[in-house]
Design a protein. Structure first.
Lengths: 261, 246, 266
């Protein structure tokens, strides 16, 4: 069989067939008015809308706002989560204090606290970012605590044997060794941060992709809703992809560092 | 005694919740004392609101989740087993998987209106994706010698699918369902916030907008507790089902 | 019932990894295994001896040449050829008894008969008392005894064994050899036994087929010359030591060749 770059072209076609068919069906059904334009605006209408909103600067602004809230919340969750996780693994008092709180907090649907966050912090950025951080912090804590605890004893012992002090032990041995598992926790937390950022915008308003979608939906502006969906989906994919790339990058470094010892 | 020691931080938190507003360290309107929230919860229970809205939530959650589990498992296993289905469906699943699932809710509102159907559909689609991928990975990871052993014993390919591939993939499928369970609560509560009409999420935002903060806190606590218990019960059932692992 | 003699005629097989170049695994292998013979396939790792077994089992399609059992070409797996794998391949979600019952259910055996037969094979491999244990609760040797019982229970005319004792420690392996020989004495079968352990091959088999480095070919076939069932005492005999020495040299050359190939090819 003819192969291009190791990929069989027939297979490539098969692999993109369903997506192409769905996109064509979307356009076709909308054009043939099988569904009303309200139920299903055509693909081209939605793309035009995306282009128009990009030109006017509304879409880039909303995108930036949503990413700002999601990523700042995520960063807050990452910083607090890693700190608390390390404390749980290394300090007995911290373990006693946080362990029950975390084991109750992790499986709890945090989104239910949204009205409380509105009550406490209002409806502006502060409130949204804190809501994102609160939702995303638990998987980071759990992953970090487990990872730091599971660092192989022989690694710690041999570092001590080489004369590493307690403080440097954490930074130079325990955290790098625990890093892959911590990264996995962060990879769980990132999609949560995005989901919650969009939800918080939908509930609290104040622009952003989620807010725009709700606004469009309220005004029965279905091209706006679909454009929002497409924009959010692309933003989500890009962030998840970026996280995978970062992981690969950092873990290559990690593996090399280990081999170099 | 050791249980008391273990859960003491939770008790401390409860104590703080009671004392802080009473001592006016925080505004009692922002944080009603725990005892008042408990009283409000009791009133909600007696009035029947909790039961009515809770039932609505439960039914929507179960409908969306079960649909997602059944269809997701079937699709994932079939993708792993038939190359043609994998080629067709996998790119679509891959493309949709990282989408923040909350964005589905406004679209479902347009398609299905402001009712239970929109909530169920959002939960269904949100839960479908993680279940599909876990079933797919589980079924792909089945050791070929297990399949060969069954074939050598006289099992047909279809029997192998049901009797070997599905049970061998079960640990991964069940782990995926646990993620789906967590996601279903998020989508349920937020779709009730946004769409309204019925459900505990609706009850919470209705009470909050009316300024009945003690009752609102009671609603939030109920949802949090139910979500927590659901996860714990699921975990117990999962351990039991996977007893063969050790 | 047809005979159980096995013939490989000019069988070639190419392994095609999803990415990368195709690798010729077997080249023009011809071999005849007699009825009720214990044939060992001996060779360095990667010589394609397991592939040959999988082709005979019907798990991989025969692309070139022909494999037949009792004169009938092999097309796909069947209960006439039972197989035991190195890593046991037990269904981890089934208990010992359920694992053994599985094949019997596939043979549509009536329930009472099934239960009786399963118990008989549990006893045959000395696992009474562990019927309701899961594989994860058993030691390696016990797992392999379950796998053997599961395969023998459906009474295949031919037994295929893919380095069945390779994952066991030395003591357990010795015990399993005795157990296998004693079972074969009571229920004689045609056996094709893949191994890279020279002593194991000489001890268990009637004939040993030595395979070359990749692509695998039959290099030579050696009669072990046991009279009747071998016992632990023959290990100390001069004849046994000489056979082992001879085969060890033969395999060692192929192993070195295989290593050189790997170093050159990678």
């Amino acid at each position: 069989m003819e192969r291009i770059g190791g990929i069989d072209p027939a297979r490539l076609l098969r692999r993109s067939a369903l997506i192409l068919i769905l996109l064509l069906a979307w356009e076709g059904l909308a054009r043939l008015h099988v569904f009303t334009p309200f139920l299903l605006p055509s693909l081209t209408t939605v793309l035009e809308r995306l282009a128009k909103d990009t030109m006017t600067g509304q879409l880039p602004l909303s995108l930036a706002l949503t990413l700002y809230r999601a990523l700042l919340g995520f960063a807050l969750a990452a910083a607090c989560g890693v700190a608390v996780g390390v404390l749980i693994a290394r300090v007995r008092f911290a373990r006693w204090l946080f362990d029950p709180l975390v084991s109750v907090g992790l499986p709890m649907p945090k989104i239910a606290f949204l009205p409380i966050f509105v009550l406490w912090f209002g409806v502006f950025d502060e409130s949204k970012i804190l809501m994102v951080a609160f939702s995303a912090v638990f998987p980071v804590i759990v992953a970090t605590a487990a990872a730091t605890e599971n660092v192989e004893k022989v690694l710690i012992w041999s570092a001590r044997g080489l004369g590493t002090g307690e403080r440097r032990l954490l930074w130079e041995i325990a955290l790098p060794a625990a890093f892959p598992q911590i990264m996995t926790g962060l990879q769980v937390a990132l999609p949560i941060a995005l989901i919650v950022a969009v939800l918080a915008e939908m509930q609290m308003g104040g622009q952003g992709l989620g807010g725009d979608m709700m606004q469009a939906s309220r005004f029965a502006d279905s091209p706006g809703v679909f454009a929002g969906l497409v924009a959010i989906a692309i933003a989500g994919s890009a962030l998840v992809k970026a996280m995978e790339l970062i992981r690969r990058r950092l873990l290559v470094w990690h593996a090399e560092a280990e081999a170099g010892y | 005694m050791s249980a008391l020691r273990r859960y003491a931080p939770l008790l401390l938190l409860a104590l703080l919740w009671e004392a802080a507003p009473r001592l006016h360290l925080v505004d009692p309107r922002s944080l009603p004392p725990m005892s008042e929230v408990a009283v409000a919860w009791w009133r909600l229970l007696i009035s029947g609101d909790l039961a009515t809205e809770g039932l609505s939530s439960l039914l929507n959650l179960l409908a969306g989740l079960l649909l997602g589990i059944v269809i997701g498992t079937a699709l994932g296993v079939l993708m792993a087993w038939y190359r043609a289905i994998d080629d067709l469906v996998h790119p679509l699943i891959r493309a949709l998987y990282p989408m923040p699932k909350s964005a589905l809710i406004p679209v479902m509102m347009i398609w299905l209106g402001l009712g239970a159907a929109s909530k169920i559909a959002s939960i269904f689609i949100g839960c479908l994706l993680p279940v599909v991928l876990s079933a797919y990975n589980g079924a792909r990871g089945v050791d070929r010698v297990l399949i060969w052993s069954a074939r050598a014993a006289g099992a047909s390919p279809r029997e192998v699918l049901w009797e070997v591939v599905l049970p061998a993939a079960m640990p991964e499928i069940l782990a995926g369902v646990r993620n789906a369970l967590a996601l279903s609560f998020i989508l349920l509560v937020s779709s009730e916030f946004i769409i309204g009409q019925h459900g505990l999420g609706y009850l919470i935002s209705f009470l909050g907008e009316g300024g009945a903060y003690d009752a609102m806190f009671a609603g939030v606590a109920t949802v949090a507790a139910v979500g927590f218990l659901a996860d714990r019960l699921y975990l117990l059932a999962m351990r039991k089902a996977l007893l063969w692992r050790e | 019932m047809a005979g159980t003699e096995i013939s490989f005629e000019r069988v070639s097989h190419t392994y095609r990894p999803p990415r990368g170049r195709p690798v010729p695994a077997l080249e023009e292998v011809s071999l005849a295994v007699r009825e009720r013979e214990f044939m060992a396939l001996l060779g360095p790792s990667g010589c394609g001896k397991s592939t040959l077994l999988y082709l005979l089992g019907g798990f991989l399609p025969v692309e070139q040449g022909q494999i037949s059992v009792g004169g009938v070409p092999v097309r796909g797996p069947g209960p006439d050829r039972g197989i035991v794998f190195q890593n046991f391949a037990l269904f981890p979600w089934k208990t010992v008894r359920q694992n053994i019952l599985y094949g019997l259910e596939k043979q549509r055996m009536p329930r009472a008969e099934r239960e009786r037969r399963a118990q008989e094979f549990v006893d045959l491999v000395h696992l009474g008392g562990f019927e309701d244990s899961y594989p994860s609760q058993l030691s390696g040797g016990m797992k392999q005894r379950v796998a053997i019982a599961r395969t023998l229970a459906i009474d295949p005319a031919i037994l295929l064994m893919d380095e069945p004792f390779g994952a066991l420690d030395a003591q357990t392996r010795g015990l399993m050899h005795e157990e296998l020989l004693s079972i074969m004495e009571r229920r004689p079968k045609t056996v094709v036994f893949v191994t890279h352990d020279v002593r194991e091959a000489v001890y268990l088999a009637d004939r040993v087929a030595v395979m070359s480095a990749r692509p695998g070919r039959i290099k030579e076939i050696v009669e072990t010359g046991h009279e009747g069932r071998p016992g632990p005492e023959i290990v100390k005999s001069r004849a046994f030591a000489e056979k082992v020495d001879y085969l060890w040299d033969s395999v060692r050359k192929e192993a070195l060749l295989a290593q050189a190939q790997k170093a050159g090819g990678a």
